[in-house]
Ligand binder design. Structure first.
Ligand code: FES
Length: 159
């Protein structure tokens, strides 16, 4: 009996400590997001640093969510998406740190091979065919690429 109570207290303390660490990190990232933002969007890259076909990972804070995303330069057009496959909630670059198919024509999820269009995020082949990546708004200002948060209910970001 005593050992059960003791273990329960230990697990409760560990849980509260992990909650505290998570909260502290979130507030730290939120402050950093404020420092690196203009008009509510975070500066992700200089235009000249993201060549055509290249991808850059980033995170932003949207309401109460920390969102992992990626920014891609598709022949001079910049697109940003939440880095989460629509088949299962895993990052597209799971393990390999790659986002683009071997022929360079599509964004690719390396878990099961789903292919997405660069410009729309639409899944055109694979188990999520017909669904689209969650888009994040992008704008270019003074030679910098900024990514903001979508409007409205963002509860889908907590998945
Ligand atoms: S998790 Fe992306 S295709 Fe299955």
């Amino acid at each position: 009996m005593e050992i059960t109570v003791y273990l329960s207290i230990v697990f409760l303390v560990l849980y509260l400590v992990s909650l505290g660490i998570h909260r502290r990190n979130f507030l730290r990232d939120k402050r950093r997001m404020c420092d690196e933002s203009r008009d509510g969007a975070r500066v992700i890259s200089q235009v000249e640093d993201l060549s055509p076909g290249s991808v850059k990972k980033f995170w932003i804070i949207c309401q109460k969510y920390r969102v992992d995303g990626f920014l891609v330069n598709e022949r001079g057009n910049f697109h940003a998406y939440v880095n989460r496959c629509r088949h299962m909630p895993t990052p597209l670059d799971f393990i390999r740190d790659q986002f683009v198919s071997a022929d360079g024509k599509y964004l690719m999820c390396y878990t099961h091979g789903a292919l997405y269009e660069f410009a729309t995020g639409l899944c055109v082949d694979g188990p999520c065919k017909g669904q689209a990546l969650y888009r994040l708004p992008v704008r270019v200002d003074r030679g910098e690429i900024l990514v903001g948060c979508p409007e409205g209910d963002l509860s889908y970001l907590k998945e």
